[in-house]
Each structure stands twice: as C-alpha cells, then as structure tokens.
Design a protein around this ligand. Structure first.
Ligand SMILES: [Zn+2]
Length: 90
C-alpha cells in the first residue's frame, strides 16, 4: 500500500479529536489539545478546519466561535443547533 494512503494529516487529527468530544471546541482549544500530537500553530488548525468544513465534516457555530463534528457528513439540509445557555453544550 502506498505510504501516502497511510498518512495521517492534521485534518485527520482535528476530525478525530472533534469526534471524541461532547461539546464544540474553539480553534485554540483544539490547538492546545493537539499540541502533543504535533499540531503547533493556530494556522495549521484553521487550515485543517477549513478543509474539513469544505468537505462537510465539521460545522462552525459562530455564536460560540467554535467547531463541532457533523453527525451526517455531506447532508443537503441546513444544520440547526440548540445551545444551552447554562452549559454551552450543543
Ligand atoms: Zn452536519
């Protein structure tokens, strides 16, 4: 199998991280969580999030300035989130 097929990208790391969370995370929270995995710059996280967003894998929740994983990638309907004012969970 070609090595590029086995390559784990920063976007893969960000997506895997978000899939394991129960709340939206800001880009800087993602950066702090993934520093130990070699993600060391905010621009890297933003590029990964842009790529994932274009691929329909994540959503940005603007009111929280945070990102969450899409539970049904590439859906055609707009997404709606309920945000609790008490705990900020979506
Ligand atoms: Zn979605």
């Amino acid at each position: 199998m070609p090595s590029e097929l086995l390559r784990f990208t920063h976007a893969d790391r960000v997506l895997e991280f978000l899939r394991g969370q129960r709340r939206p995370f800001s880009a800087y929270e993602i950066l702090e969580a993934l520093r130990q995995d070699g993600v060391t710059a905010a621009t890297t996280v933003y590029r990964a999030l842009d790529k994932l967003h274009e691929a329909g894998q994540v959503h940005r929740i603007e009111s929280l300035n945070a990102w969450t994983v899409c539970c049904k990638p590439n859906h055609s309907d707009p997404s709606v989130f309920e945000i609790c004012d008490f705990c900020a969970c979506s």
